[in-house]
Design a protein around this ligand. Structure first.
Ligand code: ARG
Length: 462
């Protein structure tokens, strides 16, 4: 075996690692995605080693130059990643030897792959959280835009998927704005917890070199160094937090997608999608299917799976580092990629959805959706107790049902059969727009409320 091909630990080994384990145990195909973070952290580690006179400045400078060269090669696609060197850390170290010779041997002073990998990984999760936050922002803005155009669009609000009470389509859309706002907060909260630099924890016990962890922490963009070296190399709770935030966000978007699939179905016909968001059938010429919405819904399963996997990997692991932890990265990368695509699709879906206003208004009237408004009217105007008013209103619903009428088709005389002391004003109570606009309590669906909320949202999201 040539020197170039040797692993860093070959001196202690009688034979090289089995070929099958080299293939199965290597993480390079996955963790090469960490190359930017790995080179960045190695450069800062080296700067610190020079500053603290732990390594000769000359060797240190060569290392930094060599690392920049490697970064250039990787970016240009000219770097050959090798399975036999396991992971991104050793691939880069090997290449550094090739470029600068034995000075490369100074780079791994006072660190271990155990603190190195978690440093790289935290940096990656930080960057990726910011990318998702940006995507969320743009989706939230599009929700506001769509809502802004539909403040007065009346639709049936559902509970149990049965027509419940009239609501504004804007109010419905903005419910998702609120969910996404909390999703964004979850990623932001994680950024606070993750903000401690692992570098310097070394294998698990810290190091006897006179390193400056505050220097590396600051240069890496962390708030402070971690406080316990064993915890530092053992835990991956930040990856779990990230995957949990991804899973919850995916769940919210899945519900939106499911809503849209139902509202777009031939049974409902309450919303339409522009053709961009539809696909055809290979056999049925008439079909236009909402495939993007279905993928958003389905892929939530992938996000849940990643979270479940990492929780399971961690649960029985004695501290500190074990190889089990290596698979954390594939899970987080997949979780990120999946949610990012889901956010892209959701964004397009919102831009390309159009309410069928006529159908919405018709359906808002069916199913006696203003029965509660009539009960409330009797309470407020006629001083009945709510339970008594509820009874009168249910009798009217029974009558309307028997006579195949909507509530707003009833005449004053018909209503008087159930409650005598009313005048023609009562007819307004059954109007769905009036019903919607009467819900003026903070957070309710009145147009006035919604307009205020949209104003507030526009300010907070800029
Ligand atoms: N590729 C490894 C991982 O992702 C790096 C850390 C290796 N440390 C070790 N002691 N084998 O976890």
């Amino acid at each position: 075996m040539t020197k170039k091909n040797k692993t860093v630990w070959s001196g202690r080994f009688k034979s090289s690692t089995s070929k099958s384990f080299q293939r199965i145990g290597a993480s390079i195909s996955v963790d090469k995605r960490l190359y930017e973070q790995d080179i960045f952290a190695s450069k800062i580690h080296t700067q610190m080693l020079i500053k603290k006179k732990i390594i000769p400045a000359k060797a240190g400078k060569k290392i930094i130059k060599g690392l920049d060269k490697i970064k250039g090669q990787i970016r240009k696609g000219k770097f050959k990643f090798e399975e036999k060197f396991e992971d991104i850390h050793l691939n880069i170290e090997k290449k550094l030897y090739e470029i600068i010779g034995d000075s490369a041997g100074y780079m791994h002073t006072a660190r271990s792959r155990n603190d190195q990998v978690v440093t790289d990984f935290k940096l990656w999760v930080k960057d990726s959280s910011l990318i998702l936050i940006k995507e969320l922002n743009s989706l939230m803005k599009n929700l506001i835009n769509k809502a802004d155009k539909n403040v007065s669009t009346v639709m049936p609000g559902f509970t149990h998927l049965k027509n419940a009470q009239p609501v504004s389509f804007a109010h419905y859309l903005l419910a998702y704005y609120e969910m996404l706002k909390r999703d964004k907060r979850r990623f932001q909260n994680n950024l606070e917890l993750i903000d401690e630099s692992p570098l310097g924890a070394a294998a698990l016990s810290g190091t006897s070199y006179n390193i400056d962890r505050n220097f590396t922490s600051k240069k890496l963009g962390f708030k402070k160094p971690t406080s316990n070296s064993i915890d530092t190399v053992s835990d991956r709770d930040f990856a779990i937090d990230f995957l949990y935030a991804c899973a919850v966000c995916a769940m919210h978007l899945s519900r939106l997608a499911e809503d849209f699939i139902i509202l777009n179905s031939d049974a409902y016909q309450l919303i339409n999608f522009n053709d961009k968001m539809l696909t055809g059938s290979s056999i049925m010429p008439q079909k236009k299917n909402p495939d993007p919405a279905e993928l958003i819904r389905g892929r939530t399963g992938i996000n849940y799976g990643k979270l479940n996997s990492i929780l399971t990997i961690m649960k029985g692991l004695p501290i500190s580092y074990f190889k089990d932890l290596q698979d954390d990265k594939a899970l987080v990368f997949d979780g990120f990629d999946t949610l990012k695509d889901t956010l892209t699709l959701s964004n397009e879906l919102i831009k390309n959805v159009n309410p069928n206003k006529i159908k919405m208004s018709e359906m808002a009237k069916t199913g006696y959706t203003t029965a509660t408004d009539f009960a409330d009217y009797l309470v407020k105007d006629k001083k009945l107790s709510f339970r008594e008013a509820y009874k009168v209103s249910s009798k009217i619903v029974n009558y309307a049902e028997k006579n195949k009428k909507n509530l707003d088709d009833l005449t004053l005389n018909e209503i008087k059969r159930f409650y005598k002391k009313v005048n023609s004003n009562v007819l307004k109570i059954f109007n769905v727009r009036n019903s919607m606009n009467s819900k003026n309590s903070y957070g309710g669906t009145s147009e006035r409320n919604i307009k205020n909320m949209i104003r507030k949202y526009k300010k907070e999201i800029k």
